[in-house]
Design a binder for this molecule. Sequence first.
Ligand code: NAG
Ligand code: NAG
Ligand code: NAG
Ligand code: NAG
Ligand code: NAG
Ligand code: NAG
Ligand code: NAG
Ligand code: NAG
Ligand code: NAG
Ligand code: NAG
Ligand code: NAG
Ligand code: NAG
Length: 853
Amino acid sequence: MGFGVFGSILVLSLFFKPLASQQPNTDGFFVAEFLKNMSVTYSEFNFSGSVCSLQGVTCDADKENVVELRASGLGLSGPIPDTTISKLSKLQSLDLSYNNITSLPSDFWSLSSLKRLNLSSNQISESLTNNIGNFGQLEVIDFSSNNFSGEIPEAISSLTRLQVLNLAENMFEHNIPSGILQCQSLVSIDLSSNQLNGSLPDRFGAVFPKLKTLNLAGNNIYGRDSDFSGMKSITSLNISGNQFQGSVMGVFHEQLKVIDLSRNQFQGHISQVQFNSSYNWSNLVYLDLSENRLSGEIFQKLNQAQNLKHLNLAHNRFTRQKFPQIGMLLGLEYMNLSKTSLVGHIPAEISELLNLNTLDISMNHLVGRIPSLRNKNLQVLDVSNNNLSGEIPSSILKKIPHMEKYNFSYNNFTLCALEISSGTLKTKFIGSVDSCPIAANPILFRKKSAKHSGTKLALVLTFSMICLLAGLLFLAFGCRRKTKMWAVKQASYKEEQNISGPFSFQTDSTTWVADVKQATSVQVVIFEKPLLNITFADLLAATSNFDRGTLLAEGKFGPVYRGFLPGGIHVAVKVLVVGSTLTDQEAARELEYLGRIKHPNLVPLTGYCIAGDQRIAIYDYMENGNLQNLLYDLPLGLQRTDDWSTDTWEEDDNNGIQNDGSEALLTTWRFRHKIALGTARALAFLHHGCSPPIIHRDVKASSVYLDYNLEPRLSDFGLAKIFGNGLDEEIARGSPGYVPPEFSTSDYDTPTPKSDVYCFGVVLFELITGKKPVGDDYPDEKEENLVTWVRGLVRKNQASRAIDPKIRDTGPDHQMEEALKIGYLCTADLSSKRPTMQQIVGLLKDIEPTANL
Ligand SMILES: *[C@@H]1O[C@H](CO)[C@@H](O)[C@H](O)[C@H]1NC(C)=O
Ligand SMILES: *[C@@H]1O[C@H](CO)[C@@H](O)[C@H](O)[C@H]1NC(C)=O
Ligand SMILES: *[C@@H]1O[C@H](CO)[C@@H](O)[C@H](O)[C@H]1NC(C)=O
Ligand SMILES: *[C@@H]1O[C@H](CO)[C@@H](O)[C@H](O)[C@H]1NC(C)=O
Ligand SMILES: *[C@@H]1O[C@H](CO)[C@@H](O)[C@H](O)[C@H]1NC(C)=O
Ligand SMILES: *[C@@H]1O[C@H](CO)[C@@H](O)[C@H](O)[C@H]1NC(C)=O
Ligand SMILES: *[C@@H]1O[C@H](CO)[C@@H](O)[C@H](O)[C@H]1NC(C)=O
Ligand SMILES: *[C@@H]1O[C@H](CO)[C@@H](O)[C@H](O)[C@H]1NC(C)=O
Ligand SMILES: *[C@@H]1O[C@H](CO)[C@@H](O)[C@H](O)[C@H]1NC(C)=O
Ligand SMILES: *[C@@H]1O[C@H](CO)[C@@H](O)[C@H](O)[C@H]1NC(C)=O
Ligand SMILES: *[C@@H]1O[C@H](CO)[C@@H](O)[C@H](O)[C@H]1NC(C)=O
Ligand SMILES: *[C@@H]1O[C@H](CO)[C@@H](O)[C@H](O)[C@H]1NC(C)=O
């Protein structure tokens, strides 16, 4: 729509000759004033005739009064002035959507005959008052996508004829007023994406006899399944992203077509649904129950939902179950069963779902091959993090170039990836084994390359790179197994130095065994120096047979030793003694992957070795110890994560801080800030720069090291994964003092980036207060841990009392207090309230001390 555009009217407006429609106090005058004030293109409107002839204007029978004004998308901007459209005394319908209006006039609420009001998609920033009660005739309100704030006024109760209420995407807060219960004509309510909280008014479910659509998504509303039990007419219900509890079955109604209960706290055995025959599944078009806490098995009756288009059951706590029956869901377009504990094979009947556009079955325990998916419309496919194997059917590989998104990583696929670019291979097929026969067998290699002789140089190059890579992998694995000719050759020329195993080593807390026969036959992979040919024998030599004297720490994952490898590489050797559920190959793949992750604030993984059951991770040695040493003046020698002692610590030149005169530096705010920012950058990189994101799961002071240049570097990232699922729970729960509240309940929650954020918050508190997370003296006696102590002070606005006296005078108090507030945000009880690491980096940069402090 739009008003007529007539250049010649410029002349009229210049002369401003009052025309009939612009006589003062006529509707034409008010409309002209309104447009003149709000529109920069006023001169283009043709006011020479009656206002009623303007496009978008409808008048009543005697052509005197405007009853409808449609001015959507006309670029109107700024506040609406008084004494303009508010004076259109007969106005029934006003549409000002898609403009840049910033506020309503004070006389707006005199438009008492309005029936339809559409202000959506403007920038109106104000709160509604009880004046809205003047609009007793209103049938349709659309205020969506503005910046309205404050409470929804109680006087909404006067709008008894209201059928459509759309306040979505504003900043309304507090409870939904009980006044809404009077609006019994409501057919559609959309309050989504606001900041509403509290619970629904009593009897909310029972009072709207005509209600068809209810959208409360994206607020913070509390409630139960029973809140919806009286809604007999409802066909579309969206309460996604709130705090609703109870059983999902309590919400289902016969006539519901669209159900979105995602991201709430619904729980209970979902299998009970199949015993309830009262529900007619054939109406269902859209079902999203993802990100709740549902248990049990997916209901068998699902297969009766023959009109279903969208199905999302992802991220629940179902028991291990076979792939549900879906063969009858022929209309299905979107299916998301990610993290639903599926075991067994993917049924071939998936191929029958001809409309399928999105299939996400990632993070399950599916085995076997992917069936040949003939679904023509498939655009998104995620099968990552399963235990699928074999080759990927060519019907799928052919589709890949045309797909929007796909991920095959973390399975056990074998693929001969000639058609796939190496970039794609690295990001979407992580962990797949190269099965090009040519990689393993030079004769086949020649055959194959002869066959492809006509292909482009680039292809040949990619191809040989893949083969080179495969060759290196082959070196790593083949030699260890001693079955391949490479290994035989190595062993023979190192024969004199044969050292035979199995080898057993003891530390204070554990004994570990490297079950290898010949130390020289077990390869140590050093990523940057593939030609060095280092073996387990060299590791033995470097650490004096893993002598206690070279022990640096006994951490949660196992002992850490220090040594020099051939070529003068100074390393920390971490033995991951805790039992792992990953196979050697999977562990090696994971370590290879971690070796590729580089960031100036991460301790680089230099290499690894798989010696019998032990996975050994090799890191660059960090000369200046870790943050725990620094903060609590611990010596840089032996220290244990939980219980460290000094008596076995050996005096050694290298155990002091390496940089001269740096001791003073360590007790400055600037330096503590630098450590905080560096650590935050490392985590932001793991969370936001890696795909899939890496969750550290064990952020703590002793994981933050200082390198030769006193740059902070985070260590141990990605290790939890090497243990597979067996230890998930223990590792995820973190170290004492660093356990986020979501893990301290008996309900086991999976770690998320937000659990790392919590731990980072604790480290930040340590940096500023100089106090340990637990067991230190906190001046407020009743507090037994750092987090509750500091949070209490921040809340009372006494944060400055928490600042470490050692750094107090080395920087402005307000910066340190601000940093404590950031820690406060990070340690919020509700993980959703915590900022992301990216945001934290931004916040910390804002309080960066200046160089001349
Ligand atoms: C619009 O109206 C307001 C208040 O009546 C006035 O301050 C402003 O100058 C007007 N703007 C234009 C472009 O006429
Ligand atoms: C402006 O509108 C009047 C009345 O509707 C019409 O007669 C006149 O031709 C229009 N002017 C132009 C330039 O189109
Ligand atoms: C609103 O204003 C912004 C700039 O302030 C401009 O980019 C946008 O196009 C305007 N929108 C409309 C509908 O006029
Ligand atoms: C309000 O206007 C917008 C944009 O023109 C439109 O999409 C929306 O449907 C309207 N709202 C109502 C309730 O008619
Ligand atoms: C929205 O309103 C708030 C105050 O309620 C204000 O601080 C903010 O700047 C507004 N945002 C926009 C985009 O107008
Ligand atoms: C609801 O939010 C307001 C601020 O938006 C807050 O003051 C109030 O405590 C909250 N109520 C509940 C029950 O969370
Ligand atoms: C429910 O609302 C959320 C948030 O506005 C939205 O993302 C989702 O698509 C909605 N669900 C349905 C079925 O429309
Ligand atoms: C079936 O669900 C309805 C609610 O929709 C409930 O009232 C009824 O008790 C349930 N029946 C069984 C057998 O669970
Ligand atoms: C379910 O509803 C469909 C359409 O509304 C109807 O045809 C069918 O008979 C119903 N089935 C049962 C078992 O009530
Ligand atoms: C599947 O659902 C999960 C949980 O809501 C979500 O994170 C994921 O992005 C979804 N997958 C697709 C392909 O939409
Ligand atoms: C993967 O499946 C194979 C059998 O196909 C089984 O031997 C192996 O243990 C499984 N691995 C995991 C991690 O579940
Ligand atoms: C991966 O597949 C190979 C054969 O293709 C098999 O030997 C190996 O056991 C598989 N690994 C796992 C973890 O299933």
